[in-house]
Design a protein around this ligand. Structure first.
Ligand code: PMP
Length: 354
């Protein structure tokens, strides 16, 4: 094929997002979205924002920044709203890693990290997770320079590390930037955001996509020392100054006023997760200790791809990651209690040969 693409991008491997089907209505347990809609106040704020879409958004995102900072007990200079938390990840890889300053992250983690390493010509150093998929923190201590990236909880394993372990990495690799991706933190792990006032090398990325029911709005944010925020913001202004649109800004601020609604949804999701995990164990599945809005599981005898295909035929989408260490496993997002009952009933039928 004829290509105009310049050579350094010829071998770039794009991220493969989970399927957003259009052929029929599925129970969607494949992309870790919230099963609950945004609150009414958010829906109203979104409609209101439509009235001024002829205007560019505030590129400095001042109102949302102040609201987020207030919520976190930090200053506005410690927060940077972004287009999904993927933008925090992109800006951080761009800012802090290249061919001589490696990015260090687990061999089983969010696939976008490898995509960004490829795009920015970053030397990626993968540290193997232990055989039970836990992270050995020692591997991230004593590193000389570059970018350490850890999803906490990790994806797709769902396993969390503690605040003291993150603190140890920041302390013992002081010349590395430590990026903690907290996309799923609200479902049962502890946020390390308060540590940014103590560790200038720590950046925390958070998202509205999961806990705040706003995956479709594309809104995330970085939390860090003001110097790091300024660095990321400079790069944001070089790439796309208006990356966060008016509707997302309005939705993001309104959601903070309804924080109890969202906290309650997260509690419900966590309860449903634990109930689903018990049922899956009874059906012969092994599970990791997930602190997220998904479970990661494998069946003792039926291959994951077979289960995923049969679930699809039955109208339920889950995620199967090919890859040496994940090939036997399925990642199943947590839906409503009703969705999850349908899932476990359907699995029971499939496993009984139905
Ligand atoms: N981090 C992790 C670990 C994720 O799974 C995702 C969702 N795909 C993201 C970050 C990005 O989420 P978003 O850009 O929607 O905020």
């Amino acid at each position: 094929m004829n290509s105009f693409l310049i050579s350094k991008y010829k071998d770039v491997e794009p991220y493969v997002p989970g399927e957003q089907p259009r052929d029929k209505k599925y129970i969607k347990l494949n992309t870790n979205e919230s099963p609950y809609p945004p609150s009414e106040a958010v829906q109203k704020a979104v409609s209101e924002s439509a009235k001024s879409l002829q205007l560019y958004p505030d590129p400095a995102c001042r109102d949302l920044r102040a609201a987020l900072a207030g919520n976190l007990g930090l200053k506005a200079e410690n927060v940077l709203p972004t287009n999904g938390s993927d933008e925090v990840l992109s800006l951080s890889f761009m800012a802090y890693a290249h061919d001589e300053k490696p990015a260090y992250y687990p061999d089983v983690t969010y696939g976008f990290y490898d995509v960004l390493s490829g795009l920015f010509g970053v030397k990626a150093t993968h540290f193997a997770l232990e055989s039970d998929f836990t992270i050995d923190i020692k591997k991230y201590c004593g590193l000389e320079s570059g970018l350490i990236v850890i999803a906490n909880p990790n994806a797709p394993t769902g396993i969390a590390i503690s605040l003291s372990e993150i603190e140890r990495i920041c302390k013992e690799s002081p010349d590395c930037v430590v990026l903690i991706d907290e996309a799923y933190v609200e479902f049962g792990a502890e946020s390390c955001a308060p540590l940014v006032t103590k560790y200038p090398n720590l950046i925390v990325s958070r998202t509205y996509s999961k806990s705040m029911s706003l995956a479709g709005a594309r809104l995330g944010y970085a939390i860090a020392n003001s110097d790091r925020i300024r660095e990321l913001e400079t790069l944001k202004y070089t790439l796309n100054p208006y990356s966060v649109n008016r509707t997302a800004l309005a939705a993001g601020a309104a959601a903070l006023d309804d924080i109890d609604y969202y906290r309650n949804n997260c509690r419900l999701v966590a309860q449903t997760r634990d109930m689903t995990a018990e049922k899956l164990k009874n059906l012969g599945f092994e599970l990791t200790d997930s602190k997220t809005n998904f479970v990661f599981c494998r069946h003792k005898s039926v291959p994951a791809n077979e289960l995923s295909d049969k679930l699809r035929e039955a109208g339920i989408l889950v995620r199967h990651f090919t890859g040496v260490r994940t090939n036997d496993w399925l990642r199943i997002s947590i839906g409503t209690q009703e969705d999850m009952l349908t899932l476990t009933d359907t699995l029971e039928r499939i496993l009984n040969g139905g």
